[in-house]
Design a protein around this ligand. Structure first.
Ligand code: BDR
Ligand code: CA
Length: 311
């Protein structure tokens, strides 16, 4: 199995991503979960990460708290999508499993130094603050990262927090800029992919049919999460963004994309956090990211239900 660290700001879709990773031990060895401020502030994201592990009966998973604010900006949150707790929907008890004492950034650094070079993948599904901070604090780890598989950005589908930007990149554009310029192999799941991964009724039915607590939680989380898209856009479900990263590690052939140059806008107020993606290769800027554009959404949901059904 591939050794990964999930860097996250749960988030109902983050929750499904974590559950999918925990349900896939043959492909994924989850070394730890690092929480970052994003959808909601850090005290809630680290707590939510532990709630999710406990729900899966995995109190052994190490959860670390990381950065509470972006590198050089005030935090922007997304309660309008995820609710006050970040995990609104069902009521879940407070977690009893401990939060690790070590800072998430130090855990990322130590793990990359202790594991053989090129064997640890990082999966950021929130703002890139923890990952960029680790790279800045310990530049020696950069070459040791096998791959970064992240959810963020957009090309054709442009923005979900401003007309130009996707939330994870917008919240900490300086961090994103640093990561995209780092030279680490990057695979991106942008809105172009995740807006095709909609939680339609038929795709969610297998979760309803599981008849257990995890299936019920996923239905209630996605119901809550959907209200935003349904009311606002009249769409047939909500984009299940973050699990696309984990699904890629399990079954990469579900996704199609292009290896292209992606630069992050950090200056303009109008287009802050935009992922300027050279999809048509109209510049000679070197490709730095595998930017996905398409997903076999039905197969993606079927695979998730099959896996998560085993938890
Ligand atoms: C991203 O922002 C968050 O609200 C979601 O959890 C996802 O990571 C989508 O833009
Ligand atoms: Ca997220």
């Amino acid at each position: 199995p591939r050794k990964i660290i999930i860097d996250t700001d749960p988030g109902q879709d983050d929750a499904v991503a974590i559950l999918l990773a925990l349900a896939s031990p043959d492909e994924i060895d989850l070394l730890g979960i690092t929480a970052v401020a994003g959808n909601v502030p850090l005290p809630l994201t680290q707590k939510n990460a532990r709630i999710i592990c406990e729900l899966a009966g995995r109190t052994d998973v190490k959860v670390f708290a990381g950065c509470e604010a972006p590198l050089s900006r005030p935090l922007v949150t997304a309660e309008h999508v995820h609710g006050k707790t970040g995990l609104d929907g069902p009521q879940l008890p407070d977690p009893t499993m401990p939060l690790q004492e070590q800072h998430a950034v130090d855990f990322i650094i130590d793990t990359l130094r202790n594991e053989p070079a090129g064997t640890v993948t990082i999966c950021p599904i929130g703002p890139l603050t923890n990952v960029a901070t680790a790279m800045q604090k310990a530049p020696d780890i950069v070459n040791r990262i096998q791959e970064i598989v992240l959810m963020g950005g957009a090309y054709f589908e442009v923005g979900n927090i401003t007309p130009a930007a996707e939330f994870n990149i917008y919240v900490d554009p300086e961090a994103a800029d640093f990561v995209f310029k780092s030279g680490v192999p990057i695979t991106v799941m942008p809105l172009d992919v995740t807006h095709k991964a909609l939680t339609t009724k038929s795709r969610m039915q297998p979760f309803a049919d599981m008849g257990n607590l995890i299936g019920k939680m996923i239905i209630e989380w996605t119901d809550f999460f959907e209200r935003f898209d349904k009311e606002k856009y009249g769409s047939d479900g909500a984009p299940l963004h973050d699990p696309c990263t984990i699904a890629y590690l399990i079954q990469p052939d579900l996704f199609k994309g292009r290896h292209i140059n992606v630069e992050i806008e950090t200056k303009s107020d109008l287009t802050l956090g935009m992922t300027v993606s050279d999809w048509w290769r109209v510049t000679d800027r070197a490709p730095n990211a595998m930017f996905m554009g398409d997903v076999d959404a039905d197969a993606f949901f079927a695979m998730m239900a099959e896996r998560i059904g085993t938890l």
